[in-house]
Design a protein around this ligand. Structure first.
Ligand code: ADP
Ligand code: MG
Length: 202
């Protein structure tokens, strides 16, 4: 992957997280401890600060370094979880990915790492509500359909509203977690949209 593409991905994901940090914090205030916006901002600030060094690496190593950066800079649960996603994706990424299938396999490996790290699965009102259907949609896709990816992420996010949280801090609220969107599902949807923006050249 071209260094310029890696830089564009870092720039756009950072921009989107900064623009929505307050919203993420508000969502986390409703069912968690109100730090998700701060955690994501801290993590993506750190990745942006290392953009030049990350962008000169091959795609897989770049993902691994970005993941390590999140793990080292973010205190909350989301740091190690997103860090695991990116590090496992990086390990599974071929040197020169050249098909949707390559990306799909790497993304699947990343999502499996989140489940292992979080001891979680779908249906527990977490970021996995977005990540799992996106992984499936990538796996099933013959060609990359950005519109489908965006819709899949949005539908996954929307599905968290009526769910009861059984993992993470929101699970402490039990039934009272119902009726709120999950903050991590929102940040996952934002990141998917940011990547789609770069693919579409926005
Ligand atoms: P913390 O929960 O430590 O305050 P954040 O607020 O940054 O960390 O992140 C909370 C988000 O992390 C949740 O909204 C949820 O999506 C995700 N999350 C928390 N625990 C898990 C888990 N065990 N598996 C998957 N995702 C989780
Ligand atoms: Mg929190």
């Amino acid at each position: 992957m071209e260094p310029e593409t890696i830089k564009a991905l870092i720039r756009r994901t950072h921009e989107v997280i900064l623009a929505h940090a307050e919203e993420l914090t508000d969502l986390d205030q409703a069912i968690g401890d109100g730090d998700h916006g701060i955690n994501m901002k801290r993590g993506f600030d750190a990745i942006a600060a290392a953009a030049d060094a990350i962008a000169e690496l091959p795609c897989g190593k770049a993902l691994e370094k970005a993941g390590m950066t999140l793990v080292m800079s973010v205190g909350g649960a989301s740091g190690p979880l997103y860090g695991s996603l990116l590090m496992a994706m990086g390990k599974a990424m071929p040197e020169a990915p050249d098909s949707v299938g390559d990306i799909a396999k790497a993304f699947q490996a990343g999502v499996e790492a989140v489940m292992k790290r979080g001891k979680s699965e779908g249906g527990e009102k977490t970021m996995l509500e977005v990540l799992l259907p996106v992984a499936t949609s990538l796996k099933d896709a013959g060609a990359l359909d950005i519109g489908v990816l965006r819709k899949t992420a949005d539908a996954g996010l929307a599905s968290t509203k009526d769910m009861k949280a059984t993992k993470g801090r929101a699970s402490f609220l039990g039934e009272r977690s119902i009726g709120h969107l999950d903050p991590g599902a929102r940040s996952s949807a934002l990141l998917i949209h940011a990547v789609c923006d770069v693919i579409e050249g926005k």
